[in-house]
Design a protein around this ligand. Structure first.
Ligand SMILES: *[C@@H]1O[C@H](CO)[C@@H](O)[C@H](O)[C@H]1NC(C)=O
Ligand SMILES: *[C@@H]1O[C@H](CO)[C@@H](O)[C@H](O)[C@H]1NC(C)=O
Ligand SMILES: *[C@@H]1O[C@H](CO)[C@@H](O)[C@H](O)[C@H]1NC(C)=O
Length: 339
């Protein structure tokens, strides 16, 4: 109750219409990346949660961070899909940080080349590993991971050119009154109107699994892929044999849907010798399983996000540049302060 009153108070001050404030994926709207920096994955569905199986009442949504409309007549272009891609992504990662970079390779935040830190930089390494389906083995992180994933894109949206777009009146007034030479005023502006706007996004879902390799075999696999091993090749299985691996991760679903995760745990297994282990490769060799999975997957995950600084809000170019510079400097500082 108190929270609602506070919210109402804040938004009476700076927002003219209630409909300008949202918590869904609204293309062109602005967010303050510092509001949840280091933990943006709490307000976006980007990794499978670590909670136990439980019946979630409300459907999973890709994005729930507070956002506010800043452009009056921005337009965008949409695309829709409905099937699981036929190709498996096989991403080779030199170390754990590289794994996180690759995992977040479809995420861009202007002003940083480490978007993963905004999403989970505040998490302890153990926790991050568990959401990726692997466990911390206490060994120094000198080698190497392979991230395998199959993606089902649902919808993408990208903002069109902002050239002739008009900025909402209340935002325009605020930019005109802002003294960009006063850092505390600038930071207040960030809290009210945001730091970045949503330039593009992709929703859908993906299924993923992480494998940890022994160095010589990782190098051999890498060389093989460079020389053109097709991901559709029947040789693929060879490079995932137990002999090469120090760890086989659990299969995870980006939307965190535990019903589908249990289905995957039961159905996607590969038998080698006497025991069986989870294996995404099964989807590759069994069109029937891939077909079933395609029907099961919900569209609750955020697969990609493009955030750009609010520079274009400012009519005065110099002011816009200074605003973007302060946002980007702050991002660098925050980045050093996490993980
Ligand atoms: C937005 O509105 C302005 C003023 O009405 C107009 O000049 C401009 O062309 C519009 N832009 C778009 C993308 O519709
Ligand atoms: C803007 O802020 C700077 C730094 O605080 C200050 O020196 C300057 O006088 C301010 N300008 C105006 C127009 O208020
Ligand atoms: C999880 O996926 C199943 C199967 O697609 C679906 O029926 C269920 O509603 C999903 N759960 C949530 C919380 O979205």
């Amino acid at each position: 109750m108190l929270f609602c009153l506070i919210l109402l108070f804040i938004f009476n001050v700076c927002v003219s219409e209630k409909s300008d404030l949202g918590f869904g994926l609204n293309i062109g709207n602005a967010i303050d990346v510092f509001a949840n920096y280091g933990d943006l994955s709490q307000v976006t569905q980007v990794v499978s949660g670590e909670y136990e199986e439980e019946e979630k009442e409300e459907p999973i949504v890709p994005f729930s961070e507070k956002n506010i409309r800043v452009f009056a007549n921005a337009t965008s272009t949409e695309n829709e899909w409905e099937s699981l891609s036929a190709n498996m992504d096989i991403l080779l990662c030199e170390n754990f940080e590289d794994l996180l970079d690759k995992y977040f390779s479809n995420f861009e935040i202007e002003g940083t080349d480490k978007p993963w830190k905004a999403f989970m930089g505040d998490w302890i390494i153990d926790e991050i590993m568990r959401t990726l389906g692997i466990i911390y083995d206490g060994k120094p992180d000198n080698c190497c991971y392979v991230l395998v994933r199959l993606t089902k894109k649902h919808k993408s949206e990208k903002l069109d050119d902002l050239q002739d777009v008009v900025v909402k009146d209340y935002v325009k007034r605020a930019t005109e009154n802002l003294n960009v030479s006063d850092p505390s005023e600038v930071r207040r502006f960030m809290k009210s109107y945001g730091t970045h706007y949503i330039d593009s996004y992709v929703t859908g879902n993906f299924i993923y699994q992480v494998f940890k390799y022994k160095r010589p075999w990782y190098n051999a696999f890498k060389a093989k892929i460079r020389s053109g091993l097709q991901t559709g090749s029947s040789n693929l299985r060879f490079y995932f044999s137990s002999y090469f691996l120090t760890q086989v991760g659990d299969i995870r679903i980006a939307s965190g849907n535990k019903t589908i995760e249990s289905w995957a745990r039961q159905n996607l297994r590969d038998s080698q010798y006497l025991y069986s282990r989870p294996s995404l490769l099964r989807l590759h060799y069994s069109p029937m399983l891939a077909y079933k999975l395609n029907h099961l997957l919900d569209n609750g995950a955020l697969l990609g996000l493009g955030l750009k600084t609010l520079r274009p809000l400012f009519k005065d170019r110099r002011k816009g540049d200074m605003y973007a510079e302060i946002v980007e400097n702050d991002l660098q500082l925050w980045e050093v302060n996490v993980a």
